[in-house]
Design a protein around this ligand. Structure first.
Ligand code: GDP
Length: 697
């Protein structure tokens, strides 16, 4: 009779039977296990509740499995689902959990039920804060950490490791997030309220190809802006009107700013305009800009500039870009090219129209009715007016008087100015405005959002500041390293190893890229996000950060700024002088990225010689171990005449009268199989394990 059947018969829960059985000295089992026949009468007599204290002397209860120490990584934490009941019963189960799942079957349920979402814990949280999030007591967490060898006080900021350890010990999936990343309560998207919003455009390209002049020219072309006095303000972005529609331009040109923002998690650009001077053609930074836009998956419009110049050759630019995989639409490709002159203001309308065309394909929409959210794109301290930040509203509408938080700064919006210095009372999606009234200068790239009132804004900002400070004190985790990429690979997605490759000369660069191309990529894709000749600069590092890439330097070194940024952000920079070492390392990284496969490892085999019926244990196979060892608790198969008749586990293992953990070749033992009694003489019991094995290429 199975445990749950008896529980039903007696009108109790399976866990009552399980604990009664333990009280009676039986080993831990699950609700689907059988109740030892001889125990049934006593359980029936006791109504399913055998009181503590009735445990016979010497009875053994299987210890709970040890919990593994957590890995250092965030993603690793998320992947660590509880596999066993917590080793320390500190948190009382939540009421609904207690009802839904009897404790001993939790592990079984965790395996089948979808994993609960990970609890997000800000980096540098204290035991108290962690306790609040996990619904545990801070004192218990301190105790638990103490037992694990870490002495901390309730208000001590914890390391990532410690936070993950607590999560694992409590059987909860915990994810450590940077303070800025902590998601705020999202307002639900109401389809009915979504309306089209202007595209946000960044201008990129090689130095001196005319980015600044183009931004200026477009700004001046704008009829609405033409009203009065010209435009003198550079607030970080501006809007122009074309065919009754609006386009927002970020007016800090170049991919450096773009990627620096993206590295901070702020993605605002909808379209990149790649400016290429028709007299100069594709240059190193053109390719860099392309790579940055591609890495961000931002659509590209190519503006072939300086066509007023006699020596300009727009066709050559097209040919050169085709070599980079950018095929013009007029040649059957998917990229729009517009020939312009920023200086002579030729075809600027056509460029704007093309931008709108590309924007239409993206169906850019936002809900203007909700609380405003967006990104600070520029900020400074003004002597007269105090801290000023230009924000780009991405969703909702920002009003004068709103309370906002932006990173660790907050404001009650005192006034808002558009790029013409004109005071506005509200700003909707894709609109940039200067906001006055900040507690201090926010950081460019920080996200802002509206909150209920100034008090809440102050509170949130202060809490963030405290956390950011705490997080700074705690060591930062490397963002991307070859080994960690393993856990980045999401289930169901083909893992990608992103690389940025810099080399001293074109020849070695090509050689490396070629060799990488030839590596088997059926399971992990190698993506060279950017390649270039020359030293590793700050830009490479921020691109690596933004696209989770590893930087490979061949016979080149990072400059001081790059080195500092890489260290600060934990970007993996690898330097080589020999090509095959590059390839070796990448191969290893790929092996790490490959999903480990499960390999069966045979532990041993035993032949059944004689059968016993043992009280409480059922049928025990008196066996001789013929190969290897038989391990208690290991996976097992029962083979009869070459056919597998049972797969399960070895539930009990005895040498003479004693329990044994394992029995080696040449010895006799008694083996009990979990939930299986139909053993015959002459059967073979195989004991095995399943191990995860990393693949090698
Ligand atoms: P940026 O470094 O890409 O921002 O380039 P700038 O906008 O500063 O332009 C670099 C130089 O090219 C300046 O001297 C501009 O006047 C000149 N320039 C830009 N666009 C044009 C153009 O369409 N035609 C000509 N002839 N010169 C241009």
């Amino acid at each position: 009779m199975r445990i749950h059947e008896l529980a039903k018969e007696l009108g109790v829960q399976s866990k009552d039977i399980l604990s009664s059985l333990e009280e009676m000295g039986y080993e831990s089992r699950t609700a689907s296990s059988t109740v030892p026949d001889e125990a049934v009468p006593r359980l029936r007599a006791a109504g399913g509740h055998v009181k503590p204290g009735s445990k016979p002397i010497g009875a053994r209860v299987q210890p709970l499995p040890a919990t593994p120490r957590p890995s250092r990584s965030r993603a690793g934490a998320a992947a660590q689902q509880p596999v066993a009941p917590p080793a320390l019963e500190i948190v009382p189960p939540l009421p609904e959990e207690a009802e839904a799942a009897p404790a001993p079957t939790e592990a079984a349920q965790a395996a089948s039920a979808p994993a609960p979402p990970a609890v997000l814990v800000p980096r540098g949280a204290t035991p108290q804060q962690l306790a609040d999030r996990l619904g545990a007591s801070a004192a218990d967490i301190v105790k638990l950490l103490f037992q694990a060898g870490e002495m901390v006080s309730v208000n001590h900021s914890l390391s990532d490791d410690a936070i993950l350890l607590v999560g694992t010990e409590l059987g909860r999936a915990v994810e450590v997030v940077a303070p800025q990343e902590e998601p705020d309560e999202e307002e639900a998207v109401d389809e009915a309220h979504l309306s089209p919003r202007p595209p946000v455009v960044t201008v990129m390209g090689h130095v001196d190809h005319g980015k600044t002049l183009l931004l200026d020219a477009i700004r001046r072309t704008d009829v609405v802006a033409g009203e009065f006095g010209g435009i003198t303000q550079h607030i970080g972005a501006y809007q122009v009107h074309q065919d009754g529609r609006v386009i927002t331009f970020l007016d800090t040109p170049g991919h450096e700013a773009f990627t620096a923002m993206r590295a901070r998690g702020a993605q605002m650009t909808d379209i990149a305009v790649l400016v290429v001077a028709a007299d100069d053609g594709v240059m190193p930074q053109t390719i860099e800009a392309l790579d940055h836009a591609k890495a961000a998956k931002v659509p590209i419009v190519v503006a072939v500039n300086k066509i007023d110049k006699a020596e300009s050759d727009p066709t050559r630019v097209r040919q050169q870009l085709v070599e980079q995989g950018i095929v013009p639409a007029e040649w059957g490709g998917e990229y729009e090219f517009v020939d312009i002159s920023a200086k002579a203001r030729t075809n600027l309308d056509q460029l704007l129209e093309t931008i709108l065309l590309v924007a239409d394909l993206q169906e850019l929409r936002a809900d203007p009715t909700i609380h405003a959210r967006g990104v600070a794109i520029e900020a400074h301290l003004d002597r007269g007016r105090g801290p000023i930040a230009t924000v780009l509203v991405q969703r909702g509408t920002l009003h004068v008087g709103d309370a906002v938080v932006c990173g660790a700064a907050f404001a009650k919006v005192r006034a808002m100015l558009d790029e013409k210095g004109k005071s506005v009372t509200e700003a909707g999606p894709s609109m940039p405005v200067q906001v006055l009234g900040w507690s201090h200068v926010p950081e460019a790239g920080d996200e802002f959002r509206t909150v209920a009132d100034e008090r809440e804004a102050r509170h949130v900002a202060q809490e963030r500041e405290a956390r950011i400070r705490a997080a700074e004190l705690t060591a930062t985790r490397p963002a991307s390293s070859l080994s960690e990429l393993l856990v980045r690979a999401r289930e169901g997605e083909m893992p990608v190893l992103n690389l940025i490759i810099k080399a001293d000369v074109q020849g070695s660069l090509e050689a490396i890229v070629d060799a990488l191309d030839k590596m088997p990529q059926s399971e992990v894709r190698i993506q060279v996000v950017h390649r270039g000749v020359g030293g590793i600069n700050e830009n490479d590092i921020s691109l690596a950060l933004a696209s989770d890439a590893v930087v490979i330097g061949f016979s080149v070194r990072p400059d001081v700024n790059a080195r500092e940024l890489a260290e600060k952000e934990g970007v993996d920079v690898r330097l080589y002088r020999v090509i095959y070492q590059v390839l070796d390392d990448v191969r290893q990284a790929l092996a790490g990225l490959l999903t480990p496969f499960e390999q069966e490892v045979e532990l041993g085999r035993a032949e059944v010689r004689q059968l016993f019926r043992v009280p409480r244990l059922g049928v025990i196979a008196g066996s001789m171990v013929t190969h290897g060892t038989i391990g208690r608790g290991s996976l097992a198969r029962l083979v009869r005449d070459g056919t597998v008749v049972y797969t399960g586990r070895i539930a009990s293992l005895r040498r003479f009268k004693d329990d044994a953990r394992e029995v080696a070749e040449g010895f006799e033992c008694g083996i009990g199989l979990e939930n299986f009694q139909d053993i015959h003489e002459g059967d073979v019991i195989e004991s095995y394990e399943v191990r995860e094995v990393a693949r090698t290429l």
